[in-house]
Design a protein around this ligand. Structure first.
Ligand SMILES: [Zn+2]
Length: 282
């Protein structure tokens, strides 16, 4: 576990295992806003304790950048009865539900249980607390003398990525739209063809001095956002070219030329891109 790093005045970031998720705490006059809460209620409780060591201010807001487990399964640690008064939970309006009987949830459970025995108690104690303060396009949140903007810049890592723009700190918290500790992750709910325009919209918000906080890894500068935009644009172009050449979806991953050597990384990107080009995703 790393230590809190003061990335801008009153903005602390910290990387947490497992899965090296980056959590941000924004201090305002009226309390703390936490961005993403780690992978389990137990980890959320550990996070709450670490925040209490960082500042006497109460946690009043939790923002989830998207629905993936490593970004929101710690939420219940910030809800009553664990935290009184409970925090407000913010997310994008399209954030989907976890269906505890659905195949996707079962697959995820099985994958985590295969990863190690430590997941069993975490999954047994899981309480999923979804946001109920929902944002469509944008919303300004006043933390007490510090206004931050919650924005949905478009589809990319998911269809409900929510980013935070802190104008007073020139700092952007982008969730998994950009990752620093590895290449961006294309999952079965990603929109690889829309992703480049979404990062272009983010880049348009920023200036030379902007700090960018990724969903995984260390904060970096605007140049990193530009590099990531080139990466997702190359992937989108490749998917369009393969589709236009009539390469069948089953062959496209092997046939493509990708910005990193590990072609398997682009399996879901191809599936999703092809589905969108065939009009299946809307
Ligand atoms: Zn994610």
């Amino acid at each position: 576990m790393s230590a809190w790093k003061e990335t801008a005045e009153g903005v602390f970031t910290r990387r947490f295992e497992p899965v090296d998720v980056t959590v941000t705490a924004v201090l305002g006059g009226a309390g703390v806003l936490v961005v993403d809460t780690r992978c389990s209620v137990q980890e959320g409780e550990e996070l709450r304790a670490e925040l209490a060591r960082l500042t006497p201010l109460p946690v009043r807001w939790v923002v989830n950048t998207h629905v993936h487990f490593d970004h929101m399964w710690g939420n219940a640690a910030f809800d009553a009865p664990a935290l009184e008064p409970p925090a407000q939970f913010w997310g994008h309006r399209r954030m989907p539900d976890y269906d505890p009987d659905g195949p996707e949830f079962h697959d995820l459970r099985d994958r985590l249980l295969r990863d190690g025995p430590e997941w069993k108690p975490k999954l047994d104690a899981l309480v999923i607390r979804k946001p109920d303060h929902l944002v469509s396009a944008s919303h300004a949140l006043d933390l007490g003398g510090r206004v931050i903007e919650l924005l949905h810049p478009g589809r990319g890592h998911t269809d409900h990525d929510l980013v935070l723009w802190l104008p007073d700190a020139e700092l952007l918290i982008g969730g998994d739209l950009v990752e620093q500790s590895g290449p961006v992750a294309y999952g079965s709910d990603s929109f690889p063809l829309d992703w480049p325009a979404t990062l272009a919209a983010l880049a348009a918000l920023t200036t030379e001095g902007t700090t960018y906080v990724p969903g995984h890894g260390d904060p970096s500068g605007r140049g990193f956002l530009t590099e990531s935009q080139a990466f997702v644009a190359a992937v989108a172009d490749q998917i369009r070219a393969l589709h236009a050449d009539g390469v069948p979806v089953a062959d496209a991953v092997a046939a493509g030329s990708w910005p990193i050597e590990n072609a398997a990384h682009f399996g879901d990107a191809v599936t999703r891109g092809y589905a969108q080009l065939s009009g299946e995703l809307g």
